[in-house]
Structures are given as C-alpha cells and as structure tokens.
Design a binder for this molecule. Structure first.
Ligand code: GLA
Length: 677
C-alpha cells in the first residue's frame, strides 16, 4: 500500500483525520463561509466532498458544470481544510436512469427498481460503467492537482442498496464469470451438485441468476452468485480506481460497511481490501443494543484485520442519532467521544462522520451531524469541539499499529455467506452472532482480538477462535491444523468445517475438515428450539445447538446433562502436535465462554495487558519504540489504573496511576513501550 499518512497539516506533521461528509451543494454559498469558519473552530481537517454530486456535476450526458465544486474546494483550501474527493459515481442522476432504463437494478422477484433514492444502477450495465468512467475521468483530470485534495473516495458503500441485481445483463455477466471460473459446464454441474432435483445444465446459456423460484434455490448457485456479485462491483471499483491512479498518486479508497455484508448483500471485503490504498469503513451503532460499544469494537477489529493490521480510516460514524433505525436514539453524554476514541484505539487514523452539517431537506434531515440544526450554540457542537481538541492531541499515534493481540478470530467470507444459506439444520446458527458472542466474552475479559482468514499466516497468535466457520477449504483446514501442530491453541465451535468450498458435506462424520485435529466425530445434529437451553455438566448451559458424537482422542470437558444427547461430549480438548484443540458443540452463554476461555488462556499463558473492570476498554498502539494505551471507560464508575506515562488528553504525566472518570477516556504515552507488532 502506498499509504503512510494523509498530509493534513501544513507543517507536514501527522494528524488524526477529523471531519466528515460535506455537501456544499445542499446549501447557499453564504453558508459555505460559515461552514469553513466552524470547521476551523472544531478542528476539522478533512471533509469528503462530491459523493452524491453526479446530477449537479453532469446535468446532461457529456455536459459538465464544475464551477460550484471549484469554488467549494477553493474555499476549503483557503481555510486549510483538506478534501477526500469523491468521483461521484455512487448515484446516477435521474436523466441517466430515464435515458438508460435498462441500467436500473432488478430485484430477485423480477421487479425493476425505480430511481428517486440513490445507487439505482446495475453493476453489469455497460451504460453505467461507461458513464461513471467518463465522469471519473473528468473529475480526476480537473482536480488531481488541486491543493486541497489529499485522497480519492470512489463511489460510496458499494452494494448497500442495489446488490445483487438479477437482470438479463447480470445474467450474461454471471455466465461469463462461471465460464472463467469453471471452464466447462460439467465442472459447474459437479460444483453445484445438479444431479439433485433435475438441475443438470447442458450449456452456460441455460444458467440464470438465482431468481425467485418455487422453493429452495440451489445453494451453490446462490453462493456463486454472491461471489459473482461482489466481483462484478469490484470490477466497477477497479475501473474507476484505475482511471484515478493514471492521473494521480494520491491514495484511493472506498468506504466499507463493517460486518453488515451478508449472503444477500454480498461484498467480499477480504478480497476488496487488497485493492485499496487504504482501507476505510463506516460504522453506525445499533441504538437498541445494550452492548453496541462492543459491537463497535468487534467491527473495528475486523476492519483492522482487512487492513492486515495497518492503520485504516473511519470514513463515517454518527455524532448522535441516525435516521434509519426504527427508533433513532440520541447518543448519551460522552458517548460520541468514547465511540470515536474506540475506533482510533483499534487502529483508525481518522474519525470522520456522516456528516458535517445536518441537512434541512431529504431523507436524512433527522440524521445527526457535527453541526446540528440548532447550530453552533448547542451541547452537541460543544462536544464536537471537545472531540476535535482531543484528536488534535493525538497526531503522534498516526501510523502506529495495534499490538497485544494474542488471539485471532477466524472469519472467512465464504464461511459466513454459506452459513446464511437456507435449508440448514437451524435458522439460528450463522457466523456473525457466534463470532460476536466470543468477541464479547474476550472483550469483557480485557483481551484484544484480531481477525484473519483461515488461510492467513497465524504464526503470531497463540489462540485461534473458529466460530461457526461452516464452510472450510482444504487449505484453510490444513493451515489451522498446522497452527495447532506447531503449538497453537485452536477453539472451534459447532457447525464449523462441515462443507467444502462448493457447500458439499465432508463425509464420514462431522466436522469433516477438523475431526482429526479436534479428536472428535459427530454423528448427528440436534438443534434446539428457539427458546430452549440444554444443561451441561460444566460451563452452564447451551442454546441453539447440540449433537451426538464420540471422542476419538479428545478429552471431554463437559457433557450434555439432559435431553436426547445426554452423556454426549459438549466441550472437548484434544492434544495435537505441540498444541491443543478445543471443541464447543453448542452455543454457550457469555459466562460459559468466559469460564472456558479462562482455561484456554491459562494453558496458552495469555493475560490482558492490565487488569480492569469489565467494560473498561484498554487497547495498545505502538510504533518505533513508542506505545500508547487508550482507555475508554464505558462504565458508570470511575476507574483507577496503574499506567505510567503522559496522559495526552490531559497533557500531564500520570505519575504511575491514572483515574479515568465514569464514561471518560484517556490516552497515555507509556513510559515503558510495549514493542511493535
Ligand atoms: C451511510 C452512507 C451515508 C449516509 C449514512 C447515514 O453510511 O454512506 O451516505 O446515508 O449511511 O447513516
């Protein structure tokens, strides 16, 4: 990656990016001057401009009007505000959709979507691709040398509203994709298991997208369609990014959407991340989730994984309420600052928001912003100024990496998507909830956790968690086996290693891919009813799942204590090579995971960096012999920690101990560095 840090300060010193989406086109020019003045007051140094500006930049095909954007960028530059400039391809204008109606996306049930919201295009549309390339060329030619522009923002949240598309153009692209992947139609038949239900294909031309049909669609066809849809949009990104890169050396990104992209909204971020000059992400708290700050932490850890541990940029979060949840709850005092600092603690070198100024019209007028409808004289804006001042003191952490993660959570896109296919033993069993359960238990225990794929280099970790990795490739299984053989501790849950990359069962006893390393052989699944729990002889009770099986070489740590599988192994440990492999055959409670993990941690000799009460988040970043501890207190009690160094936010030495107020934050440059990753 060509990315080190963005030149956000005139003197060249690094700074955390602070600002957000800015839509000057929604406001009179008189407001623009006030915007720049208030941005300066708040310490804003970076804004994203032009994301949804296509209709105003190109009023008719091939006719461009850049005057207003020239003026807005010049004004920002005069104010010292840097710009993340969009290529504006996210939302084609009404004239475009009207002129090229076949470019509009088609839903699974055959309904062609209309325009009048956003992102109304099919990724396979040749007209969309031609038009977005032409617009991108014009924008980059015009602004590549503009002194305010420091990076490029391609499109916006790919796949958010229009993916996958089921139109005829998509069908043709899918057929080409399949030809390239499989070569022959017989290979497709084999991979898709089409001997079942008379689904055999005699020609690629017969293949359709997995459109709405009478009952369950071929699962491998669905999986391949998700893979194809992700690749098709990635082609759009790559085409536009290539145009930009031909004209400009500045970093190119597109903003991801955390862990929200499942089988039916498929973007394979692990694959996409490799194509970014810097990974960026948008994250929004789910208000109706008591532990949403932990979900934030998990998402940040995942994004850092996508970035292979390198710093990433938080492209959007919210200062307070959003507009798209059933009840849009405002953030409580201090919550915005805690959230922003959490992202920075977990590797972000920018804390940007949607958006700078709260809109007065359109669907997002009730979405919070850095500058609320009430204006400058508001509690929210005063908090924004405070956050800007805090971030302004953290320039020295830019470029550092999160350290101290001895634990890795395995997360493969295919495994997640395949877990979300239908006609499974239980609708309750998918990857993300089980991943969250384990991350939450580790979070409560004060551990920092990384995310990687099953095939990645795991040699830097002591413990690998495998939560509902239902689909596992031979390469992934071999890598996990090697991890254990060479001394690692593996913890795999139920419904992992069940199928290969084509969603075909691995025969001979579950979990076929991992049976040997786990030393177990499962014969039959016994999923539980929605509200049912099953008592265990240790670690409390399980939910969602149970199973009948036997241990081959593993030792039983807990049995099912009741029900049809009473006496069967529920939690096991197998010594294998120089390491060990734990298996958990049900979904434990958070307390159960914590109790089991206490054994795992003791065996693997891992402890949190400092001992703190639950939900006091401590994360370390380190760079070239300097380390920083981020402390975020999500509790309602003040907390005292033994940390020696300089409290950067307070601007004073800790003298060996630090008190972080209830709901407060601190960032300490440690007197004793931790060591780089
Ligand atoms: C997404 C989009 C933004 C905006 C916000 C609202 O992140 O990228 O344009 O719609 O959601 O939360």
């Amino acid at each position: 990656m060509a990315f080190e840090h963005l030149p956000l300060r005139d003197d060249g010193s690094p700074a955390i990016g602070f600002g957000g989406d800015y839509y000057p086109e929604q406001w009179d020019r008189a407001v623009w001057k006030e915007d720049v003045a208030l941005m300066t007051e708040a310490g804003v140094n970076l804004v994203s401009v032009g994301i949804f500006s296509w209709a105003l930049l190109e009023p008719a095909e091939g006719v461009y009007e850049f005057g207003w954007l020239d003026d807005a960028l010049d004004l920002l530059h005069e104010g010292g505000i840097r710009v993340d400039l969009a290529n504006a391809s996210a939302s084609p204008p009404p004239w475009f959709s009207h002129k090229y109606p076949q470019s509009l996306p088609v839903r699974i049930d055959g309904v062609r979507l209309g325009y009048g919201s956003r992102q109304a295009f099919c990724s396979s549309s040749a007209d969309y691709r031609r038009a977005s390339a032409a617009l991108t060329t014009k924008i980059v030619e015009r602004y590549a040398a503009h002194p305010a522009v420091v990076m490029w923002h391609v499109h916006n949240e790919y796949g958010c509203h229009n993916d996958p598309c089921y139109c005829d153009a998509s069908q043709a692209s899918f057929q080409s994709w399949l030809r390239a992947k499989y070569g022959t139609i017989e290979a497709v038949n084999e991979a898709w298991g089409t001997a079942f239900w008379s689904q055999h294909y005699y020609s690629f031309d017969e293949i359709t997208p997995p459109r709405a049909t009478g009952t369950f669609i071929n699962p491998t066809q669905r999986l391949d369609y998700s893979r194809f849809s992700s690749d098709d949009l990635l082609e759009c990104f790559e085409a536009e990014a290539a145009i930009i890169r031909a004209h400009s050396p500045l970093p190119v990104t597109t903003n991801f959407m955390g862990l929200t992209m499942g089988l039916d909204r498929p973007i394979d971020y692990w694959k996409w991340a490799d194509r970014m000059d810097v990974v960026s992400n948008d994250h929004y708290l789910i208000a109706d989730d008591a532990r949403n700050f932990q979900e934030l932490a998990m998402t940040s850890d995942y994004i850092r994984g996508l970035a292979d541990g390198a710093p990433w940029l938080l492209m959007e979060h919210s200062s307070s309420a959003v507009n798209w949840q059933p009840r849009n709850i405002a953030k409580k005092p201090g919550e915005m600052i805690r959230n922003s600092l959490q992202h920075v603690a977990r590797g972000a070198d920018a804390a940007l928001f949607f958006q700078w100024r709260a809109a007065r019209a359109g669907s997002e007028k009730f979405h919070s912003a850095l500058l609320p409808h009430a204006g400058r004289d508001s509690t929210l804006f005063r908090d924004v100024v405070k956050l800007g001042a805090y971030l302004g003191k953290l320039g020295e952490v830019v470029g550092s990496r999160v350290v101290g993660a001895d634990i890795v959570i395995i997360n493969d896109t295919d495994a997640r998507w395949a877990s979300e296919l239908d006609a499974h033993p239980s609708i309750d069993v998918t990857t993300v909830p089980e991943t969250r359960l384990w991350h939450d238990a580790l979070y409560r225990g004060g551990y920092t956790t990384d995310f990687r794929r099953a095939t990645d280099d795991l040699s830097g970790y002591r413990v690998a968690i495998v939560p509902v990795q239902y689909l596992m490739t031979d390469a992934g299984a071999a890598n996990l086996r090697g991890f254990v053989e060479s001394g690692g501790t593996l913890v795999a849950t139920y419904f992992s290693g069940i199928v290969n990359e084509n969603d075909h069962i691995r025969l001979g006893g579950y979990p076929g891919a991992l049976s040997e390393v786990l030393g177990i052989r499962i014969e039959e699944f016994f999923p539980l009813l929605q509200s049912e729990t099953i008592a265990l002889s240790e670690f409390g009770a399980g939910s969602k799942w149970s199973e009948r099986g036997t241990v081959s070489s593993a030792r039983v740590l807990a049995e099912y204590a009741s029900g049809p599988v009473q006496g069967s192994a529920a939690v096991t440990r197998n010594a294998f090579g120089k390491g060990s492999a734990y298996y958990v055959g049900t979904s434990l409670t958070t307390g159960g995971v914590s109790a089991l993990f206490a054994q795992v941690a003791a065996e693997a000799s891992i402890t949190p960096f400092v001992s703190v009460p639950q939900d006091v988040e401590v994360v370390l970043r380190s760079n070239a012999g300097t380390s920083w501890a981020f402390v975020i207190n999500h509790t309602s009690e003040d907390v005292a920690l033994s940390l020696d160094g300089v409290d950067l936010l307070a601007g004073s030495p800790t003298g060996g101990s630090l008190t972080v107020d209830a709901g407060g934050v601190a960032v300490v440059r440690l007197s004793t560095p931790i060591g780089d990753s």
